[in-house]
Design a binder for this molecule. Sequence first.
Ligand SMILES: [Fe+2]
Length: 387
Amino acid sequence: MAYPKEYYTYGQKCPVYEGPGVIKELGPQAKAFGCKKLVIVTDPGLAKTPVIDAVKKSLEDAGVAYALFDKINVDPLDTIVYEGEDFAKAEKADGLVGVGGGSSMDAAKSIAILMTNPRPLSQYYYSWDYKPGPPLFEVPTTTGTGSECTSYSVISDTTLHVKKVPLKNADMAFCDAELTYGLPPSLTAATGLDAFAHAAETMTGLIQNPHTDALCSFGIKELCKYLVRVVNNPGDKEGREHLMRASNLIGIGFGEMGCHLGHAIGQCIGAKYHTTHGISCAWALPVTMEYSAKTEADKVKMVADSMGLEYPENVSDEEIGKIVSDGIVQIMHDVHLQPMSEYGIDREGLIGIADIVMGDNCWPVIPSPLTKPELEELLGKCFDSYQ
Ligand SMILES: [Fe+2]
């Protein structure tokens, strides 16, 4: 694989503690950062589970006080971020810990920015131009988003009615597979497929580097080995460890580069039909690989190699795209992913999202130009490819 640039910069943005039971390190590390009181930023469902008890215990054992802000929902609104900021300031917190999937971890990042910087949040979209905030810790409880190690804080702007992205890195992440033991198979599948999409899109994107490829390739190997296994046997603790590691390493890789067409389509399916992010992106991934193979066949071959797929030495660009696409469709079936029709999405409706896909924030980085009629054809194929 030849890389087009002469040099690269690699950034390990967020140190990671990884392993079953590692949540016990949160309290001592928060103390080492000088924190006396953290706000735990999470969602109302998770707040009632033993996951939050484990977070609290870690802080209690280290003598770090805490207050719970459990109002984060899927696709967190900027207004909830403001509420979280008010809460953290009223509690006189000197640190934050986001606990949950991407929504809670992303919201914690934006709250952290606002702790030391004025509103509105919109001035920090895609910007690093702000004062450093208090220590921010992240604790993922799903295995897909990788948000603990990306710079993205995806927030729903209630004025513009679109998702926007303030930029913020966490100071430390705690990737503890024990916190995912209760994750239902359907959510394990959806988040695992999201991680798969992050890796496959990052590896086939316009810009990539050897660091991201190594991380994403390893992550795909792990997902191919363990995702179906865990979805069909949720008590598989060893498999859960591997999924947590894969999600985190892919997150580091995709955080350096980013996704393209699959996420542009997936995010717009989610916006129109309110379907789960990982599922929406999974539906879009097979056709994304076929489209990518037209101009990025060597990169798609690397995805095939990571998946352990076999192909002839003289395979054509079109064939390698189809081989990878078929391999992904097989995984989607093996984790029991329902087709779009089961969610009330019809073919015409899906084709109708072409305009918003072309306005998505992932659209500008698609590997090769697509006209609207070409995109509409791809969307139709996307519907047909998974029934
Ligand atoms: Fe994603």
